[in-house]
Every structure is written in C-alpha cells, then in structure tokens.
Design a protein around this ligand. Sequence first.
Ligand code: EPZ
Length: 422
Amino acid sequence: MDKLIVEGGRPLRGQVRISGAKNAALPLMAAAILADGPVRLSNLPVLGDLLTMGRLLTFMGGRVELGGIAPNEAELDLTGLSRPEAPHELVKTMRASALVLGPLLARWGRAKVALPGGCAIGVRPIDLHLKALRAMGAEFDLSGGDIVARAPQDGLKGAEIRFETPTVTGTENLMMAAALAKGRTIVANAAREPEVVDTGQALLAMGAKIEGLGSDAISIEGVESLAGASYVVMPDRIEAGTFLAAVALTGGEITLVDFPHEALAPVTDKLKETGLTLTPKGPNLLAQSAGAIMAADVTTRPHPGFPTDMQAQFMAMMAAAKGTSVITETIFENRFMHVAELRRLGADIALEGRTAVVRGVASLSGAPLTASDLRASASLLLASLAARGESQIYRVYHLDRGYEGLDRKLSSLGAAIRRVKA
Ligand code: EPZ
C-alpha cells in the first residue's frame, strides 16, 4: 500500500487537464451490456473503479479493451456475454457494480448480483433500485448474499415509478432497464446529476428514446434493441472542484483545462463566496487565490444543490478559513470520517449529528494521516498542502480508486508530494 509524503506551504501554479468523470464512465460501461454491437468510450479516466468495472464485464464474458486503443479510450463488446453475474469479490470493492442489474435484466432477462455491503460513508442500500425494477416486473430472491433476479418471460414492462429520494445510480439503473422494456416508463423524483444526463445522452446515441434528462421527471419509451455507439465522457466535476479547493488553500493561480462550468455551478458559486477568483476562459477556467479564505456555510443536497462529493474537500478549505463555517451533510449518514484526521492537523471542528462547525485556524501543521474513503483522502491531501511542515498520508488506494493521478497532477502544479511504496 502506497503512502504520500507532502511538504506543505507551496502555492500552485500552471495548468492541468480535468479527466473524464468517474461517475459517468461507470454507468456508461454498464450500458454497453444493452448494445447489439461494440461501444467505444473516450475521455475515460484511468482509475481503480473503472479497472474494476472492466474486470467485472470481462468476468461476464464481455470483450473489454480499456486503454487498448489509446490510454483514455475503451471498446466494450458485451454481445458475447455468457455469465450475467457480479460476484461478491468484485462488488465488495465497488458498490457501483449494482449498475449492471438493470442492463442485465433488460438484455438477458436474468442476473445474479452480490448485494453491496455498506461502506465507510454509510449503509447505502439499493432497496430503491429493486423496488423500481419490481414495478417493471422483475422478481428478486436473496440467496447467500446474492440478489438472484429474473425478468418476466416476455421481458420487463414500462411502469410509472416515483423514487422516495433521488438516487443517482438508481435513476441510471432504471433508465437502462427501461430503454429495452416494453412500453413507456415514467420516473418521478429522478436524480438530476450531470452524470445521469451523460448516461442518458449515451443511451440516446445508442438509439434509446428518453425525454426529460436533467429534470426530476424522465420518460423512457422502450425500443426493440440498442446499437453500439461512440461516446465522449463528460469532464469530472468533482475532480475539478477538488483542484479549486486546493488552490484556495495554497494560494496561487491555476488553469483547469476542459472545465465543466455548468455541471459545477453549485460549487463555483459557493467558492466565490470564500474569496476565490474564478474567470472562465472558453472551455477552461482560471482560478486565482491570494490564499486568504473566508468562511461560508454549506448544506449538501442532490443536484443542483451543493454535491456531497465536495463536502470533505470544502471542509478542508474551511479548516484554514477566516471565520466559522457550518457544514451540514444531508445525503449520507456517516460522511465525516475526515474530521478526526483533519483535527490531527490542528483543525478546530465540532460535530453535532450531521452538522460540523468548523472554526478556521491561522495555520495547520503537518502530521501522519490515514485515509478512510475516497473523498476523505482528497480532503486530507488538500489540507496537508496548506499545513506547515511534512504530512504522511496512508492508504492512498482510496484516492487511486476515484482520481486519475491526483498527486501527480498536483505535483505538476508545484506541490511537494512524493509517492512511496509502503
Ligand atoms: C452516487 O452514489 C455516486 N456514485 C456517489 O459518489 C455520490 O456520493 C452519490 O451518488 C450521491 O451524489 C456513483 O455515481 C458511482 P445515491 P449512489 O443512490 O448512487 C440512499 C464518489 O465519491 N439510497 O444517490 O450510491 C443512499 O443511502 C461516490 O464518487 C437508499 O436509501 O448514491 C444515500 O443516503 C461516493 N436506497 C442517498 O439515498 C437506495 O436504493 C443517495 O444515494 C439508493 C440510495
């Protein structure tokens, strides 16, 4: 397991390209199950979760060439799928494996998917996915920790579905199942995240009939079959937001190439409140910071609210801000694992249930830190960039699951980060 050794106090200067969005690439890879021909994806990030999804689709009998054509390209041909199964050893490392459930039921009429366990940030059930698929005629049994799923003999049927709470992968799973179902499916209280829209756009390119993408009411008219297609994955708004939090903390001036302006608006609006200067430059963004951060409050919400995946990174900023920030996490019940570690750097954070009260301190000081989940590890890395002296960050495999070379990209901007094989 690698560790990162960080020497804080360096301003960031230069430019980096934002990689493709992990949370769009994952459903897009699963969508290849639906196609009668090969699906070509480009602008893919090279990171752990995508390699896991590639292994899963290969396990099912698909032909997956990740990086075969070019580093950030993939060709996926699942027409030869022989085993509609997602075994526990793959699902336990990546909950997003549940995304194969809808496509397998729609295309092959059956699936056996290990029930995802909990994870560091919460229980994260998929009950809403199952309830919605049941409304389309699917039946589920639980045996040995696996969900054994079957579609009706004559296939899934369109249905009217309302999600009790917006679910990102639940909406994606349902859109993919409905694309090949008989009749029309209406999804109310659908997730509006940009990655859901990206998934829908790719399904349209494959011949699906979908309306309402980006709204909370999506309607899908099932079709006989879907063709292979080529699709360019959208840039990763959370990686982009992570770089903005980094330069806010260290001071400096960076240009982010291929910046998702619209998708990240809920975050850039908030960051301007903290004093960051953001100047769009066509498809890119110039971010300038004098390093003096003003405190601001945040409550995470489904899109178009402030994204939960930026909460930990924003908290790292607030730890070194002028003033007090109240941060409320409404999406996951345990997404404050980074708090104890930030305190080790000298952060002054009080937790009250789902709310953290962060009193900015004049300076943080380096310490050994342990990552617990993907965005917590990003938060610790950002805070250590601003801390005086040296920090060591252990268990960086969490970081490698969700970012394409974040430490390498930050080093190219002047950060002092060394990766050591532990
Ligand atoms: C997606 O997870 C993202 N992952 C997460 O990003 C992100 O944090 C989350 O959406 C919220 O934006 C991918 O897209 C691969 P949800 P997902 O279903 O779909 C509850 C990252 O850091 N819920 O929108 O699993 C759930 O427990 C990851 O990149 C149910 O109760 O999240 C949570 O409290 C972390 N039953 C809330 O809804 C269900 O059946 C929102 O979850 C489904 C969800």
